[in-house]
Design a protein around this ligand. Structure first.
Ligand SMILES: *Cc1c(COP(=O)(O)O)cnc(C)c1O
Length: 396
């Protein structure tokens, strides 16, 4: 190894470890369901994005296996050479139906979907108004485009309007885009899409909503854009196939001419191998399940509301979430980490999230209930929260 690299790695890894910021990863020994096995213990799992339990759904597992038998384990090429299987075409039709748009395009992940889509449309002569709490993949996608990034205060519509006015009236930019998460993953709050659309209309902004945490969860499962009835108003509806949908991948849903353009200009579509057939078949069936029935969605919300009520009654600060995402705000970073560690020892897996992921002094343990949790599991988790909360003086 080069000395320069070795010194760089040693210095920086040691610094992280000394500050207690080096993240040790616990492998899950088995499926990522409502209960998981980690380091030999069985724990109630409140950390996955497997909102509807579809990652471990038996029918979807069988559909994936059947597709592997028929098509093999890999797509064999990038989409534009001959990696487009009939399965991909069916998936994209299903995604368009799901999102109420003319067309859709799938990608290998939600992260690379943002890399793909933003830079296919925006360039150095453009500007992007970006909510300050947007996901890392949105930030990286914006950077890759080389457009001017203009952050606005989180969900602050006055700030957005002022910056939209300034950007469009300056005459400096060819195109201006506004970009936001649909549901913000750390607090569980929902973007103010009706106001964003109004501002976008006033200044002719391109609208881009990444609904990774909304699809399957809000809008009776159909997402945050649907929740507000704005399918005709949002230019880019982005989603992931890796959270509520339970598999892996990402997509853009929108007008046919937008999707046609992304198929010829978005680089991960052109230069990275297509999603594998087993995944594509399972995803298509998962989307169909969400279209056909709200049963899992309803169970998810029932569980979310139950967990929130239980923690709130004990005196925990659960923030202002509008979705099943349930932060338990502890404050101090060290205390938050100790809290999460004690939960683990007592039988609950819930990750601590601290600065720089969230602002200093707002350290939290984030709970992600799913449709697969039973009342008994949630009662047990709440009892463990009570025990640890009292022990650490977070509640009385
Ligand atoms: C999780 C997330 C992504 C990344 O999705 P993956 O499919 O896991 O790559 C993108 N955007 C937002 C807003 C997310 O929350």
């Amino acid at each position: 190894m080069s000395n320069v690299l070795n010194n760089f790695l040693t210095e920086n890894l040691d610094a992280l470890k000394n500050q207690g910021l080096y993240n040790e990863i616990d492998p899950v020994e088995g499926p990522n369901g409502a209960k998981i096995n980690v380091r030999g213990s069985e724990l109630i799992n409140l950390s996955s994005n497997n909102y509807l339990g579809l990652a471990t759904n038996p029918a979807l597992k069988q559909i994936a296996k059947d597709a592997v038998d028929k098509y093999g384990v890999g797509a064999g090429a990038v989409r534009t050479i001959n990696g487009t299987l009939d399965l991909h075409v069916r998936l994209e039709q299903k995604l368009a139906e799901f999102k109420g748009t003319e067309a859709a395009i799938s990608y290998q992940s939600g992260f690379n979907c943002n890399m793909a889509a933003i830079s296919a449309v925006m360039d150095k002569n453009d500007a992007i108004l970006s909510d300050q709490l947007n996901h890392a993949s949105i930030i990286d996608g914006c950077r890759l485009s080389k457009a001017k990034i203009i952050p606005f205060n989180h969900s602050d519509m006055e700030d957005l309007r002022a910056k939209a006015k300034q950007a469009t009236e300056s005459g400096q930019y060819n195109k201006v885009m506004v970009i936001t998460d649909g549901v913000f993953s750390m607090d569980g709050d929902i973007a103010k899409l009706p106001e964003i659309v109004e501002i976008a209309k006033e200044f002719d902004l391109i609208t881009y909503v990444d609904d990774a945490h909304g699809s399957g969860v809000t809008g009776k499962g159909k997402g945050t854009v649907k929740h507000f009835g704005l399918e005709k108003e949002i230019d880019f509806q982005i989603g992931t196939l890796s959270k509520a949908i339970g598999v892996v991948g990402g997509y853009v849903a929108g007008k046919k001419n937008l999707i046609d353009w992304l198929k010829v200009r978005s680089r991960p579509f052109l230069f990275s191998t297509a999603l594998p057939p087993g995944d594509v078949a399972a995803i298509t069936a998962a989307v169909q399940m969400i279209i056909d029935s709200t049963e899992l969605h309803d169970k998810l919300w029932e569980n979310g509301d139950y967990l929130k009520a239980g923690l709130s009654k004990l005196g925990f600060d659960i923030g202002a979430s509008e979705t099943p995402i349930t932060p338990c705000i502890i404050g101090d970073e060290k205390l938050t980490q100790t809290f999460s560690k004690r939960l683990f020892e007592e039988g609950v897996y819930a990750k601590s999230i601290v600065f720089p992921t969230v602002p200093k002094g707002t350290g939290r343990v984030r709970n992600m209930p799913t449709a697969d949790h039973t009342k008994e599991m949630l009662d047990e988790a709440i009892a463990i929260y009570e025990k640890v909360g009292k022990e650490l003086g977070v509640i009385n």
